[in-house]
Design a protein around this ligand. Structure first.
Ligand code: MUC
Ligand code: MG
Length: 372
């Protein structure tokens, strides 16, 4: 008899951040992860994670809605189904439930983790095999204070932790943001690259003013300066400036990617499991981008170790990404809920080894941080 999915449990886990993390739409002091434990009839448990930023501040799914929609709608679609045909299970979820990409991503991760454990293969091997074992990882400076950000960057450079830095801007007037970024770039000089993420905060004319000043200051990449749906505006900005544009919220999946490419976009795409409903969806976008010569970047929604490991397994199957990754989520958290944390070393992170994701839960820590 074939193995079937028997039980799906979703847990809200609240972990404090090491410092306030200030973005254009919210300031985070805590991260909430939705952890999925999926039990199969052969006794194997698959782990998944769905995480977003700042409740409903970043996107239409909150941790509470992810849990509620999995428990109420998505889990019942999977219970009793054969465990191992992930494509068929993805189609089933997409047929009966629209959107909810973060929830679907957590479930797909748990399915792949279980299937890997069943076959004795890592998730990256299940996806076709590993092309990179060590992935570069940048750090996001978002304390909200210029001198604290400089100290943080210098420490991470000295530790050989990170040598690329992303600055979260857009919450302040453009002149103030530009002064902040330029001061950090000047302090770091050629030792580090500096990029910015505006998280959609500008309109196009503010973007023209801001990007010109950031380009003059030596900033190397501008992430999502304008609203996600303004694809033609992003194409205009990409054509106007030498500094490349990185589409993030504006490119959720392969369809968005195709739309931007057909519109003449020449920048780069940020991949995120959370945007594309899981590993396969994110890789579909990656393949469209590769066919069009668009550079790639491995993005995060600040997931903990389980979600970060899932992303690493997907990115590891791609050739080296032009803009590296930002898979630093676990480093922003004060503690972890896994037995063995990821190995961050030499300006990057190593792909976890072992079957499935290669991650196991620390049950005591999980119980401690579990939302009661
Ligand atoms: C985003 O929009 O890129 C990534 C790093 C960070 O601090 O926030 C995220 C989301
Ligand atoms: Mg972004």
């Amino acid at each position: 008899m074939s193995t079937v999915i028997q039980h799906i449990e979703t847990l809200l886990v609240d972990l404090p951040t090491i410092r306030p993390h200030k973005l254009s739409m919210t300031t985070m002091a805590c991260q909430t992860m939705v952890i999925v434990r999926m039990r199969h009839s052969d006794g194997i448990e698959g782990l998944g994670e769905g995480t977003t930023i700042g409740g409903l501040a970043y996107g239409p799914e909150s941790p509470e809605s992810i849990k509620c929609n999995i428990d109420t709608y998505l889990a019942p679609l999977l219970i009793g189904q054969p465990s191992s045909n992930v494509h068929q299970l993805r189609s089933r979820l997409n047929r009966y439930a629209r959107g909810n990409m973060i929830a679907k991503s957590a479930l797909e991760t748990a399915l792949l983790d279980a299937q890997g454990k069943r076959l004795g293969l890592s998730v990256a091997e299940l996806l076709g095999g590993v092309r990179q074992e060590h992935l570069s990882v940048l750090w996001t400076l978002a304390s909200g204070d210029t001198s604290k950000d400089i100290d943080e960057a210098l420490l991470r450079l000295e530790q050989r932790r990170h040598c690329d830095f992303k600055l979260k801007i857009g919450a302040n007037p453009v002149d103030q943001d530009v002064r902040h970024v330029a001061a950090i770039k000047e302090a770091l000089g050629d030792r580090a690259s500096v990029r910015v993420d505006v998280n959609q905060a500008w309109d196009e004319s503010t973007a023209v003013q801001g990007i010109q000043a950031l380009q003059d200051a030596g900033i190397e990449l501008i992430e999502q300066p304008i609203h996600a749906r303004e694809h033609t505006g992003l194409v205009r900005l990409a054509n106007r400036f030498n500094v490349p544009m990185l589409a993030d919220e504006g490119v959720q999946d392969a369809r968005d990617g195709l739309d931007l490419i057909c519109g003449g976009f020449s920048g780069a795409f940020a991949l995120k499991l959370a945007k594309s409903g899981g590993l396969h969806g994110a890789l579909e976008l990656a393949h469209v981008a590769q066919a069009a010569g668009i550079g790639l970047y491995g993005g995060t929604l600040l997931e903990g170790t389980i979600g970060t490991a899932a992303s690493l397994h997907a990115w590891a199957t791609l050739p080296k990404m032009a803009w590296g990754t930002e898979m630093f989520g676990p480093l922003l958290l004060k503690d972890d809920i896994v037995v063995e944390p990821l190995n961050y070393t030499e300006f990057g992170v190593k792909l976890p080894q072992g079957a499935g994701l290669g991650i196991s839960l620390d049950e005591d820590k999980l119980a401690y941080y579990l939302r009661k």
